[in-house]
Design a protein around this ligand. Structure first.
Ligand code: ADP
Ligand code: MG
Length: 707
C-alpha cells in the first residue's frame, strides 16, 4: 500500500523535508488573511497544518440512494434541501428539521436545540448528509446527522471521494481549509520519519509521509485506520521516549543512602501503633522499606483512596530515616493537613524516639528560627509542614527522605524543590495520592515511579458505608431533613458549595451567602459554621477545631475540605452544583463522610445539562471504586479534565488518547524503553532524528516528571 503513495506527491520538492517548522504562509493560497484565521486554530507552521487532523470524514465514495439505505445502518446520502423548519414544542426545546430529497426519496435530518442549523441552510442547497437511517412515524429520518453543503446546485462535487472534515473557524470555510491542507500534503508531505525503519517494520507501521497523506486524502476507510494508528503511536511514543530517557538518567547517575530499615525506632513504632495494619498497609510498608534499604534512590508512589490509611505507612519511612542518621521531610498542601499529621503521628513518633517538628506559614518567627537551627544541626529528625518547607533558608543536616502527600496538589518545582534539599545525594522520594489515576495515564505521567496500592479500607469502613444520592431540585427539603436527623442523632454535616473553576473570592462569597441563608432560613436552630479558602490560617484552624470538637453542626465550606480532613463524627455531606465537579473530586469529597463507626450519606445536588454530565452523576451514584471512577472520568471527559493532568503540562494529543488505546501505549512504552536501554544517549545514526525530537520534547515538557 505505501508503495503506491509516491505518485501522489509532486516531484520531490527540496524544500519539503525542511518545511515542517516554516510559517504556514509557505503553503499555496495561504495569504495573510487565511494565515490569521489558521492561527486561531493554533496552526502557525506547515507542520501544524499537516497535523491538523480531520475529526471525521464524509464518505462520498459510498453515497447511496435514500431508498436503498437499510434502516439502522449508517450512510451518506446526497440531495437537495426541500424544506427547513424549526419547531418549539416546549419552552426549552427546539427541534430543527431539514428535509433532503434525492431521485429515490426523502429523509429528514433532525437536530435538538440547535436552531442555528436552520439559519445555515436553505431550500435548494445541495448537501451531503451522513447519519443512521431510522424510521419515525413512517418517515425516514437521521438524528443529529452530519450535514455539509456541496456547493451550488449543479456544480461538480467530489463524489467518489472520502472528504476529510476539519475543525475550522470564522473566515475559513471547510472547503477552503480542505484545499489548504491538501496543498500542504502534496507539496510538503514528504517529511522525514523519526521512527527507525526496523521498528516500523516490526510494528507494522507505515512511513510518516504515507500516514499524513492517508489521514488527509484517504482512498479508503481502511487507509484511515492504518494512518490513525500510526499517528497515534507516534504521539504516545514521543512522550514515552521522554519518560524512558529520564528513567535512564536517574538509574545511571544518582545514588542515595542505603537506609537501615529494622532499627530501634522502626521497631518501637510498630509497638506504638494502636491498631493492626491491614495487609495492604503491611505490603506497602515492606515495599517502601525495601526501596529505602537499597542504594538507588526510591521513587515510589503510594496510591490509596481517602481513608485508606496512607499516613501511618509513611510514618515507618520517617522512622527508618531517623534510624539511619538521616532526616525526613513530609509536605502537605494545606496547614490543616500538616497539623493532622502531628495529631495522628506525633505521639507515636515520640514513643518511638523520633524527634519531630511542624513548620508552616503560621509558625511564629522566633520559633521558626529556633526550629531551622535544629533542623540544620540535625537535632530534629522529621519535619512536617507545608510549602514553607521548601523555602531557601530551610536547610537540612542530612535529608535522606522526602514525602509529598496529595502530590497532585503541588507543582513540579515544589516537588523537586523538596528533593533538592538533599545536598550531595538524592533523597528517597515517596509521593502519596488519593487521586486514583487510570493506569494509562500513570504510565505516562509517572512512568518512572514504582507504585504501591492501598485498596482495602482499614476497619469495617468498606465501600457501601456511604450511600450516594443525586438530588434533583425538588429534593432539597428532603435532603435538609436528612441533615437535621443526623444532627439530632449527634452527628455533623458538611455543605460544600464551591464554584469550581472560578476565583477564590467568588467561591468565598458564594459560601458565605449560603452559610447565611442556611443559618437564617433553613437551620435557625442549628449551629452553622463557615470555612473558605480566603480565611486566614488561624481562622481556618479555629473553625476546624470547633467542628472537630462538635461545636458546629453544619459546616459550610468551599473545597478546602477536599484534601485529607478527618472528622469521623461527620456523616452527611451535601454538595451544591455537583454537575460541575469531576468524578475524582466528587469521590474525594465523598471520602470525608462515613469515616467513623456511623454510615455516611453523600447527597449531590445536581442539575446536569449535558448527556456527559448525566452520565457522570450516574457514575458517582453507582460506583464506589475510585479506580473505576477515574477510568470513567477519562472516558467521559478526556484527559484534560483528570485531576493532575492539566497542571502536569502534558501536551494535548492531536489524535492519540489515554482512553481506549492502552495497547498502543504499551507498545510505544516498550519500544521507547528498548531504544533507550540499548542506546542511552541515542548516539546511533538511526536514532539521530529521535535525538532531535527528544530534545525538542524535553524542553516543551519540563513537567512530565516523577519528582
Ligand atoms: P488517608 O489515606 O486518606 O491519608 P489516613 O492516613 O488519614 O488516610 O487514615 C484515615 C484514618 O484511618 C485515620 O484516622 C487513621 O488513624 C485510621 N487508620 C489507618 N490505618 C488503620 C488501621 N490499620 N486500622 C484502623 N484504623 C486505621
Ligand atoms: Mg492523607
Amino acid at each position: 500500500m505505501p508503495g503506491r503513495v509516491a505518485s501522489r506527491y509532486r516531484a520531490s520538492d527540496p524544500r519539503a523535508s525542511h518545511a515542517w517548522d516554516e510559517p504556514v504562509t509557505l503553503v499555496r493560497n495561504v495569504d495573510a488573511r487565511r494565515a490569521e484565521a489558521l492561527a486561531k486554530l493554533g496552526v502557525r507552521t506547515v507542520g501544524d497544518l499537516l497535523s491538523h487532523y480531520p475529526f471525521r470524514y464524509l464518505d462520498l465514495s459510498a453515497v447511496r440512494p435514500i431508498r436503498d439505505v437499510p434502516l439502522g445502518t449508517e450512510a451518506t446520502v446526497v440531495g437537495t434541501i426541500a424544506d427547513v423548519r424549526v419547531k418549539q414544542p416546549r419552552p426549552r426545546l427546539s427541534i430543527t428539521e431539514i428535509a433532503v430529497l434525492d431521485d429515490s426519496g426523502v429523509v429528514v435530518g433532525v437536530w435538538f436545540n440547535q436552531p442555528y442549523m436552520a439559519q445555515r441552510y436553505e431550500v435548494g442547497d445541495r448537501v451531503a448528509m451522513a447519519g443512521t437511517m431510522e424510521l419515525d412515524y413512517g418517515l425516514k429520518q437521521m438524528k443529529s446527522p452530519f450535514l455539509e453543503r456541496l456547493g451550488a446546485s449543479g456544480a461538480p462535487i467530489a463524489l467518489g471521494r472520502i472528504l476529510p472534515v476539519y475543525r475550522t473557524t470564522e473566515g475559513l470555510s471547510t472547503n477552503w481549509l480542505r484545499r489548504l491542507v491538501e496543498s500542504a500534503v502534496l507539496d510538503f508531505g514528504d517529511v522525514p520519519d523519526a521512527l527507525p525503519a526496523e521498528l516500523r517494520a516490526r510494528r507494522g507501521l507505515p512511513p510518516l509521509k504515507w500516514a499524513l497523506r492517508a489521514i488527509h486524502l484517504p482512498r479508503s476507510t481502511e487507509e484511515i485506520d492504518v494512518a490513525r494508528r500510526r499517528l497515534a503511536y507516534q504521539e504516545h511514543f514521543d512522550l514515552q521516549l521522554v519518560v524512558a530517557a529520564r528513567r535512564q538518567v536517574r538509574l545511571a547517575t544518582s545514588a542515595a543512602v542505603a537506609h537501615t530499615v529494622d532499627g530501634p525506632r522502626v521497631r518501637a513504632l510498630r509497638r506504638a501503633v494502636p491498631f493492626a495494619l491491614t495487609d495492604d498497609q503491611e505490603r506497602a510498608v515492606a515495599e517502601i522499606l525495601a526501596d529505602m534499604a537499597a542504594e538507588r534512590p526510591m521513587n515510589r508512589m503510594l496510591l490509596g483512596d481517602v481513608g485508606s490509611g496512607k499516613t501511618i505507612v509513611a510514618a515507618f519511612a520517617l522512622a527508618a530515616a531517623a534510624d539511619s542518621g538521616g532526616q525526613a521531610a513530609m509536605m502537605a498542601p494545606t496547614e490543616v493537613l500538616a497539623e493532622q499529621y502531628v495529631r495522628a503521628l506525633g505521639g507515636m513518633l515520640d514513643d518511638a524516639g523520633v524527634r519531630w517538628a511542624l513548620l508552616t506559614g503560621s509558625t511564629p518567627r522566633a520559633e521558626r528560627s529556633r526550629m531551622l537551627a535544629e533542623v540544620s544541626s540535625g537535632e530534629i529528625d522529621v519535619v512536617f509542614g507545608t510549602h514553607a518547607l521548601i523555602q531557601k533558608d530551610v536547610r537540612f543536616a542530612r535529608l535522606t527522605l522526602a514525602v509529598v502527600d496529595e502530590q497532585h496538589r503541588f507543582g513540579v518545582e515544589q516537588r523537586l524543590g523538596l528533593r533538592s534539599k538533599g545536598g550531595g545525594s538524592t533523597p528517597d522520594l515517596l509521593v502519596m495520592t488519593a487521586t486514583p489515576i487510570p493506569r494509562s495515564l500513570a504510565l505516562t505521567l509517572y512512568g518512572d515511579l514504582d507504585a504501591s496500592y492501598l485498596r482495602a479500607r482499614p476497619g469495617s469502613r468498606g465501600p457501601g458505608h456511604v450511600t450516594t444520592r443525586i438530588v434533583p431540585r425538588t429534593g432539597r427539603a428532603d435532603a435538609y431533613e436528612r441533615v437535621r436527623e443526623a444532627v439530632r442523632a449527634g452527628r455533623q454535616a458538611y455543605v460544600i458549595c464551591a464554584l469550581v473553576e472560578e476565583s477564590d473570592s467568588a467561591e468565598a462569597r458564594a459560601a458565605t451567602r449560603e452559610a447565611h441563608r442556611l443559618q437564617t432560613s433553613v437551620f435557625p436552630d442549628l449551629r452553622v459554621g463557615l470555612l473558605t479558602g480566603r480565611m486566614r490560617p488561624a481562622e481556618k484552624r479555629a473553625v476546624m477545631e470547633d467542628f472537630r470538637a462538635g461545636k458546629i453542626d453544619v459546616l459550610v465550606s468551599t473545597t478546602v475540605v477536599e484534601v485529607g480532613v478527618d472528622v469521623p463524627n461527620a456523616t452527611v455531606m451535601i454538595v451544591e452544583n455537583g454537575e460541575r465537579y469531576g468524578l475524582a473530586q466528587l469521590h474525594q469529597l465523598r471520602g470525608r463522610v462515613g469515616r467513623g463507626e456511623h454510615p455516611g450519606e453523600f447527597l449531590v445536588f445536581a442539575d446536569p445539562k449535558t448527556e456527559e454530565g448525566r452520565r457522570r452523576m450516574q457514575a458517582i451514584a453507582e460506583t464506589t471504586d475510585g479506580f473505576a471512577l477515574a477510568e470513567a472520568d477519562l472516558r467521559l471527559r478526556g484527559e484534560g479534565d483528570i485531576a493532575g493532568v492539566r497542571q502536569s503540562g502534558l501536551p494535548t494529543f492531536k489524535i492519540a488518547s489515554f482512553s481506549g488505546q492502552e495497547d498502543l501505549l504499551a507498545l510505544a512504552r516498550e519500544d521507547a524503553r528498548g531504544i533507550v536501554e540499548s542506546d542511552p544517549a541515542l548516539l546511533s545514526p538511526v536514532h539521530g532524528p529521535l535525538r532531535a525530537r527528544l530534545a525538542a520534547f524535553e524542553s516543551a515538557l519540563s513537567v512530565v516528571d516523577s519528582g
